[in-house]
Design a protein around this ligand. Structure first.
Ligand SMILES: *[C@@H]1O[C@H](CO)[C@@H](O)[C@H](O)[C@H]1NC(C)=O
Ligand SMILES: *[C@@H]1O[C@H](CO)[C@@H](O)[C@H](O)[C@H]1NC(C)=O
Ligand SMILES: *[C@@H]1O[C@H](CO)[C@@H](O)[C@H](O)[C@H]1NC(C)=O
Length: 560
């Protein structure tokens, strides 16, 4: 039923348009959606969501592609093909963020007839290309198993490569968050970007596109390092580096479920759903809504409540959202999948307050599935998770329609009707509850030398032996030339020009890159201008920098 609803919302020029008077009205009022285009909501006034967002579309198609590739619903191949075809076009549409080579991939939304939206908007939003490549890589990996490498290489790879070059070059630039309000760095965006680069490297190796591997791997490592900095000692993940709010935000819960990789267990480094950091964060996020919605009043602390985007929200009245309440349930279902698979569950000092919801006398330790504590805790988590779905069910009208928000006072539907993402969120939460495990993306076994929230449920790293160094170099180039850097340490590829690191041209003529380098170390380096097989080194002598003992450093150079 849900997948049908989703598909019927994909394009108003499908059968739905002929059968629905609302769609007929929309068709008479606005341009028709092209095949494969996901409309965010048919609502075209207060709020006007009759657009296609790269983010929402990718989230919806990640769901449809997961369903297809896991054999849960194989009726949607035509829709997936249409989505791919539509994104080939959308990527090339020149728009207010730029063209495909000058930042246009960061454009958040387009008209549903695949033309640019030229009004004022919070742009760029750099999660879109990462989410799209994640969905398409999931599809590509499945098609490789179907022996369809031709389609992967010829059709999917060019789209994926465009998106991941964008991610690789721009992850360290500020972005509007997924709610399109705060322009800073955003945990959701960073987490999704990290996943996309890791998956991209694996796919590139699988199909022999190895020229991107070195730079994408290096940037994935830098992104993973940066990701750690969102954790704060108050026991939750600060959603955005800007914004002037508490930072408690569904952004972080959504990041956890959209980067779930069961193979990584409860890894804290990648903030897996069952990691102690993600559970502590979930508790803080959920509790932040107990007093702001009267709908939640009188509900005990260990019971589910309605949750929204962030407690300070005032958009359309600042109410709970279906997709955020469902995300809490999904993170908990994902956790149960892992605990059951690994046959144990770990309580750390960080996750203790979360687990105490279900057993006030529990202490830190590892509990095997044969223990009564494991049974008590997992039963408690299951009931708590089901409670969030019950909140959504209670406030879903009998026709099953899901809008964007439901009232914080009486639970009635508010804001955009038929929000496509609300349906996708329902499907993925139900799947997780049924134990469905999405394909792995390579989160297992990662390490970092950066400051990580160590000491918890797994994850490598620890230590503070590195500092983030940003290299800015003023260098004029001609079309086709790019600026790279290499130098005397591993992180600068040990002087190997073939694996030198590509700098971002986002601030042209200043090229830029941030690299984690050993602290308090004297390091030599040079920039290179590379076009195809032509490598031009900077003239001698080598540049030199002594990195600080801690903190960050910005080096400003001019090509010579
Ligand atoms: C490969 O997949 C594409 C996309 O679904 C499809 O159009 C094509 O027929 C497939 N090719 C083969 C050989 O299966
Ligand atoms: C860029 O990366 C550095 C090092 O991780 C970090 O300190 C800085 O906040 C990042 N800036 C943005 C805008 O992502
Ligand atoms: C480089 O420029 C930035 C901003 O213009 C400045 O903050 C930084 O201190 C400069 N770095 C050095 C080493 O002078």
């Amino acid at each position: 039923m849900l997948i049908q609803t989703l598909c019927s919302l994909l394009a108003v020029n499908s059968a739905w348009a002929q059968s629905s008077t609302l769609a007929a009205y929309i068709a008479s009022q606005s341009p028709l959606a092209k095949a494969g285009i996901v409309i965010a909501s048919p609502s075209n006034v207060n709020p006007d969501y009759l657009y296609t967002w790269t983010r929402d579309s990718a989230v919806v198609f990640q769901t449809i592609i997961d369903q297809y590739t896991l054999g849960l619903d194989t009726t949607t191949r035509g829709e997936i093909d249409n989505y791919v075809a539509s994104q080939v076009i959308i990527q090339q549409v020149s728009n207010p963020s730029g063209t495909i080579t000058t930042g246009g991939l960061g454009e958040p939304k387009f008209n549903i007839d695949e033309t640019a939206f030229t009004g004022a908007w919070g742009r760029p939003q750099r999660d879109g290309p990462a989410l799209r490549s994640n969905a398409l890589i999931t599809w590509a990996n499945y098609l490789l198993k179907e022996n369809n490498a031709t389609y992967v290489t010829n059709t999917l790879w060019p789209i994926i490569q465009n998106d991941l070059n964008y991610v690789s070059q721009n992850w360290n630039q500020s972005t509007f968050d997924l709610w399109e309000e705060v322009d800073s760095s955003s945990f959701f965006t960073t987490a999704i970007q990290h996943r996309s680069l890791r998956q991209g490297v694996t796919l590139a190796n699988a199909i022999g596109k190895t020229s991107v591997v070195s730079s994408w791997t290096t940037q994935a490592e830098n992104v993973l390092c940066f990701l750690q900095s969102f954790w704060n000692t108050a026991g939750y993940i600060t959603a955005n580096t800007g914004g002037g709010r508490s930072g408690k935000d569904a952004n972080t819960v959504l990041a956890s479920i959209h980067t779930f990789d069961a193979a990584a267990g409860c890894d804290a480094l990648t903030f897996q759903p069952c990691s102690d950091v993600a559970l502590s964060n979930l508790l803080t996020y959920v509790n932040s809504f107990r007093s702001v919605y009267s709908l939640n009043s009188g509900i005990a602390n260990n019971q589910a409540v309605a949750t929204g985007r962030y407690p300070e929200d005032s958009y359309q009245g600042g109410n709970p959202w279906y997709l955020t309440t469902l995300a809490v349930a999904e993170q908990l279902y994902d956790s149960l999948i892992v605990w059951k698979a690994q046959g144990s569950l770990q309580v750390t000092s960080r996750s203790l307050p979360f687990f105490q919801l279900f057993d006030s006398s529990v202490t830190a330790g590892t509990y095997a599935s044969t223990t009564s504590t494991f049974t008590t805790l997992t039963t408690g988590v299951q009931n708590y998770a089901d409670g969030f779905v019950e909140v959504v069910a209670k406030h879903t009208p009998s026709d099953g329609q899901l809008s964007e928000q439901y009232s914080k006072t009486d639970g009635s539907q508010l804001s955009a009707v038929d929000l496509t993402w609300s349906y996708a969120a329902t499907l993925t939460a139900f799947d997780a509850r049924a134990g469905v495990v999405p394909a792995s993306w390579g989160a297992a076994g990662l390490t970092t030398t950066c400051n990580a929230p160590s000491g918890g449920g797994g994850g490598g790293g620890g230590g503070s032996g590195t500092v983030a160094v940003t290299f800015n170099v003023f260098a004029t180039t001609v079309f086709g030339q790019n600026i790279y850097i290499c130098g005397s340490v591993d992180a600068l590829q040990n002087w190997d020009p073939n694996t030198a690191l590509l700098l971002s041209s986002a601030g042209y003529p200043t090229w830029s890159i941030t690299v984690n380098l050993p602290a308090s170390t004297s390091i030599q380096y040079k920039y290179l201008n590379i076009e195809g097989s032509t490598i031009i080194w900077e003239s001698d002598p080598n540049m030199e920098i002594t990195t600080p003992a801690s903190g960050t450093w910005i080096e400003n150079d001019t090509w010579r």
